[in-house]
Design a protein around this ligand. Structure first.
Ligand code: ATP
Length: 301
């Protein structure tokens, strides 16, 4: 079976700017994949290449086993990338019917997709009266008209209020459970943590890591509260290396396996450090992102 998305050394340059830098992404069938990174990391540029809207400078992208932008590919990939454009004076349903007719999709599918995005009750209302969240969901409905195998969504909750975000998350999770592969970009950690099976973390156009959310979070970490903290930090750096030690507020975060904690404790005590707490803890994506990129992500979502 073809992978929904596979890129090899995918690169896009704009003059001196390398917007996407030798990206190797793999999206597997049936998963909700989160493409996570701060503004300007190269997410939109990547998605545009996957849809054949712009050409790569070098490297390759395969989408459902084909080169992006071929006729066959376009009918099997749904996308919401630049804000959806609809006729404001037509109802949501009429807008979709116009699109369905143009795409050769039977009218019955319009009701199905309105149901899927929870707009069946408001289908008769004018598009101009919709909230931003409803407009976004109608955009997803339009992308679903052709029953795509892969749905690509660029920042699907951008600009939505908390309720709109929650509705969109429910919708995306539902699509994922129904077997549609979803690739979405986001700069919102909370969102990705809640919706996605796997994430690709991107920074400055480069892929920093690609993993399941569960695996990323399960990587062992030990939190140490001790006095004096600066001495504890320097002992830990000597024992574990500078990279493995981070001072956070009034404690240390150490990248170390849990079975090493007795040894670590003994070494700290030997160095006259009073250890009041030493325990392994599950990190959230925010910590991981900061460790990997040195950048902060947004807390919203
Ligand atoms: N058409 C273009 N011409 C020149 N530079 C561009 C163009 N499109 C994107 N860039 C640059 O490429 C880099 C990546 O932009 P991109 O929009 O892909 O990032 P992003 O991760 O999607 O961020 P955002 O969420 O802010 O859109 C940025 O430095 C951006 O300024």
């Amino acid at each position: 079976m073809n992978l929904p998305v596979e890129t090899r050394k995918l690169t896009k340059k704009y003059g001196p700017i390398t917007a996407v830098d030798a990206l190797d992404l793999t999206v597997r069938p049936g998963e909700v994949y989160g493409f996570l990174g701060p503004n300007g990391a190269g997410k939109t540029t990547t998605l545009r290449m996957l849809l054949g809207l712009i050409k790569a400078s070098s490297g390759t992208a395969t989408v459902l086993g084909r080169k992006p932008g071929t006729a066959d590919h376009l009918s099997r990939v749904g996308a919401l990338i630049e804000g959806p454009s609809f006729y404001p004076y037509l109802s949501g349903r009429s807008n979709l019917r116009v699109m369905a007719k143009y795409a050769g999709v039977p009218d019955s599918r319009v009701s199905e997709v309105l149901e899927l995005v929870d707009l069946a009750q408001r289908g008769k209302d004018r598009y101009s009266t919709y909230s931003l969240g409803m407009k976004q969901r109608l955009g997803v409905a339009a992308a679903l008209l052709k029953e795509p195998q892969l749905l690509i969504l660029d920042e699907p909750t951008n600009g939505l209020d908390p309720q709109g975000m929650a509705d969109m998350r429910t919708l995306i999770r539902g699509l994922g459970s129904a077997g549609c592969t979803v690739l979405l970009s986001s700069h919102l950690l909370g969102e990705v943590q809640q919706i996605c099976d796997r994430v690709g973390i991107v920074s400055g156009g480069r892929l920093i890591t690609e993993s399941t959310v569960a695996d990323l979070r399960a990587a062992q970490h030990v939190r140490v509260t001790a006095t004096p903290l600066d001495k504890a930090a320097s002992v830990a750096r000597e024992l574990l290396g500078v990279e493995a030690v981070r001072v956070v507020d009034n404690h240390l975060e150490l990248a170390v396996e849990a079975d090493q904690t007795p040894w670590l404790n003994a070494e700290l005590v030997k160095a006259d450090v009073a250890v009041s707490e030493l325990r392994s803890h599950e990190r959230d994506l925010e910590d991981i992102f900061f460790e990997l990129t040195g950048e902060e992500l947004s807390h919203v979502g």
